[in-house]
Design a protein around this ligand. Structure first.
Ligand SMILES: O=P(O)(O)OC[C@@H](O)[C@@H](O)c1c[nH]c2ccccc12
Length: 253
């Protein structure tokens, strides 16, 4: 069974919420990514999302943009990210989702990338700038390779489009809790529970909610209306501050 599906089934059985972490791959280098992935697994992170660095990360706020820049500066390419995942897989079964912009996939060759990703031990793919209306062929390839196709729903997504998106999603639906780009904020949106209820009207898939969660109180509040919460920028910010220090992995906790 796909590791993401298995993990969410386990959480449900135990009545627990999931903790999903996002970091930029290769920030500050791929060896740090490998060590962080193993450390996140040890402390019980349920799904690790790795962003493949790209020069124009249009969905990302400043913190994640800078992470992508550090990733590019350390020479991180899609192929090297997959090699790192192969080496993580020697020691860990942590469910892994790759975030990638379409341009990089196109350059690598879509089918080849999907096959290589599945062989390396990736469990799910989120193609950030590929709308579901245009993804049908690719989706079939991902499905065939055993990868979960992860889709985003936003506060502005109309009801009929939610229906279309969530029917095609696999593993979990990612609800981005507010408009705009990724990043921390002082207050979480108050429309989250209304939107997760709308999503639930169309699907039984678990819902992970992210965007702007940066402390335990916010995490607890959001978790009340979701199966999992996603934290990105708050952790990426720690990586930015502690960069290459030997303390990076302990601080990343
Ligand atoms: O950074 P935040 O606000 O904690 O939100 C998670 C987010 O970073 C991560 O899931 C993510 C990184 N890049 C994205 C692009 C689109 C949607 C989501 C993302």
């Amino acid at each position: 069974m796909n590791r993401i599906v298995e993990r969410f089934a386990g959480l449900k059985n135990r009545g627990q919420k999931g903790f999903v972490v996002y970091i930029g791959a290769g920030d500050p280098n791929l060896e740090a990514t490998r060590q962080l992935a193993l450390a996140f697994d040890k402390i019980g992170v349920d799904v690790l999302e790795l962003g493949v660095p790209f020069s124009d990360p249009l969905a990302d706020g400043l913190v994640n943009q800078l992470a992508a820049q550090r990733g590019l500066e350390s020479g991180t390419t899609p192929t090297k990210v997959l090699e790192t995942i192969k080496s993580i897989r020697k020691e860990s079964k942590i469910p892994l989702v790759l975030y990638i912009y379409f341009n990089l996939l196109h350059r690598h060759g879509f089918q080849k990338f999907i096959q290589d990703a599945a062989a390396a031990g990736v469990d799910g793919l989120l193609v950030l700038d590929l709308p579901p209306e245009e993804s049908e062929n690719y989706e079939a390839m991902m499905r065939e390779a055993g990868l979960c196709v992860i889709y985003l729903v936003a506060p502005t997504t109309p009801d009929d489009r939610i229906g279309l998106i969530v029917k095609r999603g696999m593993g979990f639906i990612y609800y981005v809790s507010r408009e705009g780009v990724t990043g921390m904020q002082t207050k979480v949106s108050d429309t989250i529970s209304t939107m997760t209820a709308k999503i639930r009207a169309h699907t039984q898939l678990p819902i992970a909610v992210g965007f702007g969660i940066s402390n335990p109180e916010q995490a607890r509040a959001v978790a009340a209306s979701a199966e999992a919460i996603v934290v990105g920028s708050a952790i990426v910010n720690q990586i930015a501050q502690h960069g290459k220090s030997p303390d990076l992995v302990p601080k990343g906790h």
